[in-house]
Design a protein around this ligand. Structure first.
Ligand code: DX5
Ligand code: ZN
Length: 222
């Protein structure tokens, strides 16, 4: 099954709880929380307090995408806030395994993300200890960017590696995912779609936008 993970970066922050409920009503499978530190990416977003605020208002898993330097400093705060999955970037770690073990040691799912310029094969040694591999399909930092055309071969290569080393691991894509690019990503091997703008800025509203995306990929998967 293909999962849809709405990214609240594009939500209306004045009614964040309602926005999450609307996405959930459309069949969202998890909620994606983008954390930016102004160093690893040239933007600031949100921290553990947002996860903590959302925790009691939704039963959906909350997945945190840490676009930050020194992610080891923030694992426990995000665990305590109620994160179900914590994703760290490969570019800031020599070896992500100690952090993956720490996240899993807290009973949470552990993921590793790669920027578009990072060779996919660098993930290979770590895949057996990962629950989720995130292939960025834009340069991280901002919502609303276009899906990079070099993404499908990268997704395909990651699928190949996962089939070999860890078929259970999620293959997630993030950036520029909409009704046109979602089937392209799924066809290349993605099974989790992060989408911000296409869900929360959709003229139809988030409920219908999630439904439409799920419909679109169930057709693509047939
Ligand atoms: C980009 C973030 C994404 C972003 C996706 O730095 O990691 O999760 O919110 O936004 P859209 O779907 O608008 O490209
Ligand atoms: Zn993200």
């Amino acid at each position: 099954m293909i999962a849809v993970a709405p990214s609240i970066l594009a939500a209306d922050f004045t009614q964040l709880g309602e926005e999450v409920r609307r996405a959930a009503q459309g069949g969202a499978n998890r909620i994606h929380v983008d954390v930016m530190d102004g160093h690893f990416v040239p933007n600031l977003s949100m921290g553990p307090n947002v996860v903590q605020a959302l925790r009691p208002i939704t039963a959906l898993p909350l997945e945190v995408h840490l676009m930050i330097d020194n992610p080891e400093r923030f694992i426990e705060p995000f665990v305590r806030a109620g994160s179900d999955t914590i994703i760290v970037h490969l570019e800031v770690l020599d070896d992500p395994r100690p952090l993956l073990r720490r996240i899993r040691g807290h009973g949470r799912r552990a993921g590793v993300a790669v920027k578009p310029a990072t060779p996919i094969d660098r993930l290979a040694p770590f895949l057996p200890e990962m629950d989720l591999a995130l292939c960025m399909t834009v340069d991280p930092g901002f919502g609303g960017q276009a899906f990079l055309p070099e993404s499908p071969p990268r997704i395909r290569r990651l699928r190949q590696l996962l089939d070999k080393y860890n078929p259970q691991c999620d293959l997630e894509v993030d950036g520029g995912i909409d009704l046109h690019t979602a089937p392209v990503a799924v066809e290349a091997g993605a099974n989790v779609l992060v989408a911000g703008t296409a869900i929360f800025r959709s003229p139809t509203g988030p409920t219908e936008a999630v439904r439409a995306m799920r419909r679109q990929v169930s057709e693509a998967a047939d």
